[in-house]
Design a protein around this ligand. Structure first.
Ligand code: SAH
Length: 404
């Protein structure tokens, strides 16, 4: 974040007219800059950053007033210039299986292509299970990859999310779930019990290709995993990629999360169709990058996601080839039943095909859980996310046409 001028010098009238800068999602370095911009002397900044960090991320504070260990004067200055506002939650849907999906509207950005200057929208999905609560977050608005079976891929890329916007998705979910120490969740039996956090795991499996927004994802992983703040450890953060090979090594070295690869095919000719990025980075290169992934071990396995498409990639021969390809890589295989969406010609494999595929992989010594589709009734399952922006835009267009 760079502020163009020193706000502490601005006349009160100008200050009042300026839109307040959001602090939510900032890194420690950015927070220190923000404090510097309102005149906090350098020697005090580290201590002030630690205080703000605790309030914003650990306690989930939504107002400067509650920060009682910060002097009254500084609290007032912060409130004059900054805001702790969250992105707006436009809709909240709860699936009958407990999955929750929120559509949030981000602050407007000059790169947004929305009608009426509204901010872009992203979807966040929360999946509660017995031993964990996983939050699926997005790294981009839309996606450039155009994977043949993915609904999100039919929406064009609008823009990258900033690191702060990525972090804000977790904060919004914690707000909605009441997931802060000492707060009681609006519990309806769906949220893990006291003592454990409702959101324990993060997956970058929402909209977008995280490794095409590398710097923001790296910074966001840093903020989310910070032990004094949001405290989701790097071992509980998984970044999923369709295979942007040159960024896989740097991801492990500079950010250190768990890695997931959207594999989906074991031959280049088929993968070229299903995941067109394969034409640029074919299987051999992708698997070589996985072999070298920093930090991968039997205790920290790489997840290979494999969507089960009827008659396309689900034969026993392909299961055996998958085992052969992954030899030597500490891997687990996640079989994902295809989630259909309006307009797709693909179908989900029959249950027997999924089972025999899974048996072959399992007998070769790999964990091969079949991912239970979650939240299908609210279009929250893998590949079904697509921001409402497009539909709204189409609706706005009809309204204009109707009036004409
Ligand atoms: N671009 C990244 C992050 C998206 S992850 C990546 O490709 O890994 C979303 C996961 O859901 C990917 O594994 C994707 O291949 C899978 N997916 C997409 N559409 C799906 C669908 N209709 N049914 C099941 N899984 C799907």
């Amino acid at each position: 974040m760079s502020l163009a001028f020193d706000l502490s010098q601005a006349a009160p009238a100008i200050v009042a007219a300026l839109p307040k800068t959001p602090l939510l999602g900032l890194t420690r370095v950015e927070l220190a800059e923000a404090l510097g911009a309102v005149g906090v002397p350098e020697r005090e900044r580290k201590m002030r950053v630690a205080q703000l960090w605790h309030w914003i991320y650990f306690q989930g504070a939504q107002s400067f007033d509650v920060m009682l260990n910060v002097s009254k004067v500084l609290r007032a200055t912060l409130a004059d210039h900054y805001t702790l506002a969250r992105p707006d939650v436009v809709t909240e849907q709860v699936s009958k299986d407990g999955t929750r999906k929120w559509l949030v509207r981000l602050a407007p950005n000059k790169l947004d292509r929305t009608a009426g200057g509204l901010g872009s929208e992203v979807e966040i999905v929360y999946i509660p299970e017995n031993d964990r609560g996983t939050l699926c977050i997005s790294s981009q608005v839309g996606c450039t990859l155009s994977c043949a079976f993915c609904h999100t891929g039919t929406q064009k890329l609008v823009r990258n999310l900033s690191s702060a916007e990525i972090v804000a998705q977790l904060v919004v979910a914690r707000d909605r779930l009441g997931d802060y120490p000492g707060l009681t969740a609006p519990t309806d039996g769906l949220i893990p019990g006291e003592g454990s956090r409702a959101v324990s795991n993060i997956v970058f499996m929402g909209m977008g290709e995280p490794l095409y927004n590398f710097d923001a994802v790296r910074e966001a992983v840093g903020v989310i995993s910070d032990g004094d703040g949001l405290t989701v450890s790097r071992r509980r953060i998984t970044v999923s990629t369709a295979g942007v090979v040159p960024q896989i090594g740097p991801l492990g070295r500079d950010a250190g999360p768990m890695l997931a690869i959207s594999l989906h095919a074991v031959r280049d000719d088929l993968r070229d169709v299903l995941v067109p990025l394969n034409k640029k980075y074919p299987l051999a290169e992708l698997l070589a990058a996985c072999r070298d992934y920093p930090g991968a071990s039997n205790a920290r396995r790489i997840t290979f996601e494999y969507v089960m498409l009827k008659g396309i990639n689900d034969s026993a021969a392909e299961a055996r080839e998958l085992v052969r390809l992954l030899k030597g890589i500490p891997a687990k295989i996640n079989l994902i039943p295809f989630n259909p969406w309006p307009g797709t010609t693909y179908e989900c494999s029959d249950w027997e095909a999924i089972e025999s595929f899974s048996d072959i992989v399992f007998n070769a010594g790999y964990a091969s859980p079949v991912r239970t589709p979650r939240g299908r009734d609210i279009l929250a399952a893998c590949g079904q996310l697509k921001s409402e922006t497009e539909k709204l835009r189409a609706r706005a267009q009809w309204a204009v046409d109707d009036e004409a």
